[in-house]
Design a protein around this ligand. Structure first.
Ligand code: SAH
Length: 450
């Protein structure tokens, strides 16, 4: 009860009465990213012939034969010259897909509260790093920084720094503009931080290409719609055993790609398929596994917490690889480099890849997490304080988009990694020898207001 009251007070202090960020104009298009399956109306290939990325891939495939879906995805998304994120990075209403932080400021504010609540629960360490993996336009971190500013008196003795892990030069430029107003110093020669600056709220901020380059220390790691953008391997069960799905040139249609199966097993089929697997089609994202291992080691050593939010499943789904362009489903093999490619996150795989080094919570549905974090209270306050009917309508619409089970409420999940001692201490509330039990981790338990 005390913990709940404290969280309510934190919410009130951090968020204040008013909306401080512009609200999106409309949200109708946002649902597009949520449609599932690889159907839909694929866009016609550009009339100007193959895109530069397709030309590059055709040359490569002619020279060395079919590539794995993982290699195809990596090229299409993050190739330094022509990758989708490198050149286009179309997040937002005018782009190819929209994400929760872009829909409502409340989303990022509640994640900010989550970090502070964990920081308080673990004894207010003297310093923390906020690390965001794949920050897109920088909106989530911007909303969190506003919460930190609101709580300046609580955080006054805490040394905070921001670390963004981003491979796209185009998106890192947008992030720098959003978060610092352009007050950054690029330093391409610096191996660990290729850009640094000071945020509009006066916090040191650094850009890294890899999580390994983020300095060690007590940190909050956030990954919102990051893991779904990492390359996956795809496997198909056949009468002759598991085969890997590969991308090859279609011999029937000029300049067109097609999926083929490897003629025999590959190193990936040997290493990534579990002996007890019952599905006929499996997607595995080894890069996600490596990142989770690194996060788990860091949390074990230095403390903090990681929060992963994405659409996904718990080891049950099969074929989830899909493309998005202009808020519509897009054939994944058409015009690579011009569409976002994504696959559902397998949370059971992430849990396994912690290798017992960190405890996990979730996945739980977005609507449950946000409800537990007090989204209803926040909506009430914003509605009470806005007298403009258009703003009120927008508030209700964005709430519906985030929470409605048919929209983002059910298909987006929250999953946390924490040091084991954090959860062990939570359990101690039942043990009489514990004088000051730690509160439960915010968001993953019901918020009772009685
Ligand atoms: N979190 C944002 C953006 C999601 S899009 C949001 O929810 O709005 C995926 C983000 O991950 C982009 O910023 C993209 O450039 C970045 N990204 C993709 N692959 C990456 C990689 N291997 N390393 C670091 N960032 C990557």
């Amino acid at each position: 009860m005390v913990a709940l009251l404290a969280r309510r007070a934190l919410l009130a202090a951090a968020l204040g009465p008013a909306s401080r960020r512009r609200l999106p104009r409309h949200h109708a298009s946002a649902a597009a990213r949520l449609s599932s399956g690889a159907g839909g109306e694929p866009e016609a290939q550009g009339r100007g012939g193959p895109t530069p990325m397709l030309r590059h891939l055709l040359l490569k495939l002619r020279a060395t034969g079919p590539v794995t879906v993982a290699e195809y995805m990596r090229e299409a998304l993050t190739n330094p010259g022509q990758g989708y994120y490198t050149r286009r990075g179309g997040i937002g209403e005018s782009g190819d897909f929209i994400t929760s932080p872009e829909i409502s400021q409340v989303f990022g504010e509640l994640i900010g509260i989550w970090c502070i609540s964990e920081w308080m629960a673990t004894g207010k360490p003297k310093a923390f790093q906020l690390v965001e993996l794949g920050p897109g336009r920088g909106t989530l971190t911007d909303d969190i920084l506003r919460v930190f500013s609101q709580l300046a008196s609580l955080l006054s003795k805490c040394d905070i720094s921001i670390h963004l892990v981003e491979v796209s030069p185009k998106l890192s430029e947008m992030q720098a503009l959003m978060l610092t107003g352009g007050r950054v110093q690029p330093d391409p020669q610096d191996e660990s931080a290729y850009m640094k600056g000071i945020t509009k709220t006066g916090v040191p901020i650094f850009w890294h290409r890899d999580i390994q380059d983020v300095p060690p220390g007590y940190s909050f790691y956030l990954a919102h719609e990051f893991f779904d953008a990492l390359p996956i391997h795809k496997f198909q069960r056949t009468g002759k055993g598991w085969r890997e799905v590969l991308v090859d040139i279609d011999p029937e249609v000029p300049d067109q790609l097609r999926f083929v199966l490897s003629p025999s097993s590959t190193p990936a089929t040997e290493n990534f398929i579990q002996p007890e697997e019952t599905r006929d089609h499996v997607e595995v994202c080894p890069e996600a596994g490596v990142i989770i291992q690194r996060l788990a080691c860091r949390l074990e050593k230095d403390g903090g917490a990681a929060l992963v939010a994405d659409y996904g499943h718990d080891g049950t789904k099969t074929d989830t690889f899909r493309g998005f362009r202009n808020h519509k489903l897009h054939d994944v093999l058409k015009d690579p480099g011009t569409a976002d490619l994504t696959a559902d996150v397998d949370f059971s795989y992430l849990r396994k890849m912690t290798q017992g080094k960190a405890a996990t919570l979730g996945p739980i549905k977005q609507r449950e997490f946000l409800k537990n974090m007090g989204i209803d209270l926040r909506l009430q306050v914003l509605l009470q304080n806005s007298h403009d009917p258009a703003t009120r309508e927008q508030l209700l619409q964005s709430y519906d988009m985030l929470m409605n089970p048919k929209k983002m409420g059910d298909c987006f999940n929250f999953f946390a990694l924490l040091p084991h001692h954090r959860l062990a201490q939570t359990d101690r509330k039942h043990k009489p020898e514990s004088k000051s039990p730690l509160p439960p981790v915010a968001g993953f338990g019901e918020l009772s207001l009685t």
